[in-house]
Design a protein around this ligand. Sequence first.
Ligand code: SF4
Ligand code: SF4
Length: 139
Amino acid sequence: MPSSILTPDDLFRCTRCGDCCRGFGGTYVSRQDIEAIAWFLATEPSGLIDRCCHRSGGRYLLAQRADGYCIFWDQTCTIHPVKPRMCRRWPFIESVLADASNWTIMAALCPGMRTDVPLDYIRGCVQRVLAAEASNPKR
Ligand code: SF4
Ligand code: SF4
């Protein structure tokens, strides 16, 4: 298959296993993420921060439960329509552009990612996804 017609769906199908919602140092949330989640939960951003976030290096992370899962995981992502940008973009992220072998490392943790495609093709697809997002930013 020519690399130029590979789509994100060709390379990644989330199995909803939830492995990425546990551990991994947590999920960073931007101000826009916090506002969207607060709106979805019909609460105030400040209350959401107090109850569901903690600070790390000047940024907010979603809190994790004692079992290591994200506070919003309950057999599925309970805030799926407004989940943070970091979650929505996975696995089409900048670090794959910086070094395509990161895709292989990430795939060891994520059963939804294909590893039988040349890394150059994967990098090209990630590049197209990020370029499209940059030209049409949502959050
Ligand atoms: S680890 Fe991968 S396949 Fe599993 S829920 Fe996360 S993104 Fe989906
Ligand atoms: S916000 Fe949803 S997708 Fe993101 S880590 Fe939490 S449960 Fe998983």
